[in-house]
Design a protein around this ligand. Structure first.
Ligand code: NI
Length: 177
């Protein structure tokens, strides 16, 4: 499985609205596998299809916390135990009024970090890689990753929403999405 090149500005695909996935083909499965490998190699915790030049509503994320519990009160999953989430045609709902500020980076914007306000919790309805309907209610850090990745599907980058942005040569892989 090849590692895919990650798209950076000014490539227009990062700024375009991605299209829904309609066919769960072998090519889609290969793309998903390649995106997971690319995310891990970067390293990063999330990667959206437009970041590898594919204008479709798909992202992958690496769960570092149990997504069904509040990461503010739960221990992170042990190293190597975290699992990969594949979300296709995601729909966000039940966003909490409460927002949290947190630091984000992006694999498409290397060397840049920012503080971004995100809903503390939300619900995602999505299709898994086989087209099965799924629903996830999630909180805190994982909700942040999902909001960041979802924005990529609408051509939005975290710097558009950040309340503060700065340059950091040593971007922590843990926050790169
Ligand atoms: Ni990103």
């Amino acid at each position: 499985m090849p590692i895919l090149p990650i798209v950076t500005p000014p490539q227009k695909i990062l700024r375009q609205k991605a299209q829904p996935v309609s066919a769960f083909t072998p090519e889609l499965q290969t793309l998903i596998d390649d995106m997971v490998e690319t995310m891990h190699a970067a390293p990063g915790v999330g990667l959206a299809a437009p970041q590898v030049g594919q204008g479709i509503r798909l992202f992958v994320a690496h769960l570092l916390y149990d997504p069904y519990h509040d990461p503010e009160t739960d221990e992170p999953l042990p190293p190597g135990v975290g699992k990969v989430l594949v979300m296709i045609n995601p729909q966000l709902s039940e966003r909490s009024d409460e927002k949290l500020k947190g630091t984000e980076g992006c694999l498409s914007l290397p060397g840049i970090l920012g503080e971004v306000m995100r809903h503390k919790s939300l619900t995602v309805d999505y299709l898994d890689r086989y087209g099965r309907k799924k629903k996830l209610r999630t909180y805190g850090w994982m909700a942040r990753v999902i909001q960041h990745e979802y924005d990529h599907l609408d051509g939005i980058l975290f710097v558009d929403k950040a309340v503060e942005v700065w340059e950091d040569e040593e971007v922590e892989g843990e926050v790169a999405e």
